[in-house]
Design a protein around this ligand. Structure first.
Ligand SMILES: C[S@@+](CC[C@H](N)C(=O)[O-])C[C@H]1O[C@@H](n2cnc3c(N)ncnc32)[C@H](O)[C@@H]1O
Length: 255
């Protein structure tokens, strides 16, 4: 079901069904997390550094970059405008653009990623002064309970590679230490992704990335209401820009 193009795959957005089959023999959150750590710290490292900078990129990657900029804006808009004295977790921070933007709005934010090499890049990119904001950079698992409690958690495109059960389980674990909201993205199941899947078949097997797992919004809502009944979906927004399609969702504590 997953799909990719040769350039967008390095951005982690598109992958082929045969990739998915390969990775799914090692199912489960931990196996997938380790595959992603290896991928983002080796094969995809330079592509991510470029994609998340302002260096010139190909037309396809430019559409991905534009979509990701828009998505980051959506997620940041769903956080309070004034983030001073507010603890935030950027779960799967990559090269840190969202972490830094939130810190510039005053957040006391932890940016964590399992790909330690990307966290090093994020650390180098962070300005030395962020006003009231403070950043703690960490390399490791976003679900590590030693990170403490947060008002808000953001997970931009960092859960899109997990099976729906693992994604929802990860969200459930995050709710245990989140007071107000979790904003995250998932890869929506669309006809476009189905078409891209066919397109992806023409590219060589050597160019592999961990698959993205397209998820139907209705399935996700059902899993969420069963697994985390004390939380509800507040809003959702799809961003589609060329080779980038991702859907934002905010869940909040009921009552
Ligand atoms: C598609 S990238 C997005 C990075 C960043 N959020 C952004 O939007 O630029 C996904 C990131 O999630 C990280 N990631 C995936 N699973 C993780 C986990 N369980 N704990 C920490 N980081 C994780 C990957 O290492 C990768 O850097």
């Amino acid at each position: 079901m997953a799909t990719r193009s040769p350039e967008a795959l390095e951005a982690g957005f598109l992958a082929r069904e045969d990739d998915r089959a390969r990775v799914s023999v090692t199912r489960g959150y931990e196996d997938r997390r380790e595959a992603l750590a290896t991928y983002f710290d080796s094969t995809a490292r330079q592509a991510w550094i470029d994609l998340t900078s302002d260096v010139k990129v190909s037309g396809i990657r430019a559409t991905v970059r534009a979509g990701r900029d828009e998505m980051r804006g959506v997620l940041l808009d769903w956080l309070p405008a004034d983030l001073r004295r507010t603890r935030v977790l950027d779960a799967g921070c990559g090269t840190g653009a969202l972490t830094i933007a939130a810190a510039c709005r005053g957040a006391e934010i932890t940016g964590i990623d399992v790909a330690g090499g990307l966290v090093d890049v994020a650390r180098e990119r962070a300005p030395s002064f962020t006003g009231h904001g403070r950043i703690w950079w960490k390399s490791g698992d976003m679900l590590d309970p030693s990170l403490g409690d947060f008002a808000h958690v953001v997970a931009m495109d960092s859960l899109i590679h997990y099976e729906i059960e693992d994604l929802v389980d990860a969200l459930a674990k995050l709710t245990e230490r989140t007071k107000v909201s979790i904003v995250f993205t998932f890869a929506p199941f669309t006809r476009m992704l189905g078409a891209m899947h066919k397109f992806g078949k023409v590219f060589p097997k050597s160019d592999r990335s961990p698959a993205i797992v397209p998820i139907a919004e209705s399935d996700l809502r059902m899993h969420l209401s069963e697994r985390i009944p004390s939380w509800e979906v507040k809003r959702t927004r799809r961003v589609a820009s060329g080779f980038y399609t991702s859907q934002a969702m905010e869940i909040v504590k009921r009552g």
